[in-house]
Design a protein around this ligand. Structure first.
Ligand code: ADP
Length: 422
């Protein structure tokens, strides 16, 4: 399948604001986390300015950007300040109130993805309903407005169920997996009391989780990366294997097409991840959408001709998109997750040791302090060019190496007992 096609028939670039010193575009990103930090790296290479709206000067992107607006994504005036003089406003996270974005759009700000699309990444119930209307396979679900809704759903579709907050969850926060009806009812009662809007879903029997990532521009061009496997631990992504191993070609192509079609249907602009469940019987269901660079695309920074961060800025500025061809038969990304107790060895010294042992490991650190299970960086390892993605032993060796590197960076312990002094 051709994932990428050259664009013809471009119209002249509209006259839009430019950075006064370089004449190049200014991209404003809401949120100062690691995604904004890595988007900044891509923007630098393209001569652009990435301005960030960050809640604090010590956040990952605020540390490295010369153009920081300190303020909160809930504050309309802060959003207006960061938007002023920018070519486009885009996102590091989806927590921005939709009504504020609609005000910005009404005031003439170029918001990408537009709030009319972003809503499906912000509101899980709206997303489920829309995907259902579009005939896309999804888990069975229902809105929960009182305890009786969860009981009725479980009785009709089977226990156990998954309870989710409709808005604001991430990395497994806002997802509850009660073991039985009693526990489900008490979770629902407590969360509704706290004012959390809820929904319930069938608990899907998973073989594994996948992600289909695409980029789409306002011009209408789309580009897909290969479907990847996302390995989750404790409700958050730990490892990504690109491409997903032993995935039937037809299933992979269908998933890429579905993600491209969904991006077009919803009017998405920028990078989008479609998180997928592969069921035990080999079916594919959509779990959720993220309309921004995503953890399942970090492998592309080193493993692909065009990274998700470059594609995101190209897309939101309506440049032609980049080639998404992988650079190795397999690339494995392992997140560096904070250890229960931060090691006494400094991060700097851990990095020295890692580089000494694995000159080919590509390390990305986010400038975050260490806290248990916090995403503080990631490591990408590319498989040797003569390997095959279908060779399980080859893929397993690349995965083991990436996870060994990430574990070393988190814990200052080599999982294979290696001792550099012997
Ligand atoms: P978040 O917004 O926190 O990423 P998700 O809806 O993606 O929340 O859920 C987090 C994780 O919980 C998923 O990656 C998956 O492992 C598990 N999960 C979510 N929904 C279901 C479901 N309906 N059935 C089984 N597992 C689920």
């Amino acid at each position: 399948m051709t994932r990428y096609e050259a664009v013809t028939g471009l119209s002249p670039r509209p006259t839009t604001p430019r950075s006064s010193s370089t004449g190049m575009p200014v991209v404003a990103m809401i949120g100062g986390g690691q995604l904004a930090r890595m988007t900044h790296q891509a923007a630098i290479a393209l001569g652009q300015t990435l301005r960030v709206l960050s809640a604090g000067a010590d956040e990952p992107a605020a540390q490295v950007s010369a153009d920081v607006v300190l303020g909160h994504h809930d504050d309309l005036n802060a959003l207006r300040t960061v938007a002023t003089g920018s070519n486009v406003v885009t996102f590091d996270h989806e927590q921005v109130p939709t009504e504020h974005l609609e005000v910005l759009v009404a005031e003439g700000v170029n918001v990408q993805p537009p709030p009319s699309a972003l809503i499906y990444a912000q509101d899980k119930l709206k997303m489920r309903r829309k995907l259902g209307e579009l005939g896309i396979p999804i888990p069975k679900f229902a809105e929960v407005t009182w305890v009786g809704d969860v009981t009725a759903f479980g009785d009709a579709h089977g226990w156990p169920v998954v309870v989710k907050s409709i808005r604001g969850g991430y990395d497994g926060r806002g997802v509850w997996m009660p073991k039985d009806a009693d526990e489900a009812e008490s979770i629902v009662a407590r969360q509704l009391d706290l004012g959390v809007a809820l929904m319930v879903e069938e608990k899907v029997e998973l073989r594994r989780e996948l992600s289909a990532m695409v980029g789409r521009s306002p011009f209408g061009q789309g580009a897909a990366w290969p479907v990847v496997e996302t390995v989750q631990r404790d409700g958050q992504c730990a490892v990504v294997i690109a491409p997903a191993g032993s995935l039937d070609d037809d299933v992979a192509i269908d998933a890429e097409r579905m993600a491209l079609g969904l991006a077009a249907e919803l009017g998405v602009v920028g990078a989008m991840a479609v998180e997928l469940f592969e069921t035990v019987d080999g079916g594919i269901l959509v779990n959720e959408l993220a309309m921004r660079p995503h953890n399942s695309g970090h492998w592309s920074m080193d493993g692909c001709r065009t990274s998700q961060f470059e594609q995101h800025v190209r897309a939101v500025l309506d440049y032609p998109l980049g080639d998404t061809t992988p650079l190795a038969p397999v690339t494995v990304m392992a997140n560096i997750l904070g250890a229960p107790q931060a090691p006494t060895m400094t991060m700097d010294e851990r990095l020295h040791h890692l580089f000494a042992r694995m000159p080919d490991a590509k390390v990305h650190l986010y400038g975050k302090s260490e806290r248990e299970a916090r995403k503080i960086g990631h490591v990408n390892v590319l498989g040797a060019p003569n390997g095959q993605a279908s060779d399980e032993a080859y893929v397993a060796a690349v995965r083991e190496k990436a996870e060994r590197a990430a574990h070393w960076m988190s814990h200052a312990e080599w999982t294979d007992g290696w001792d550099p002094h012997q």
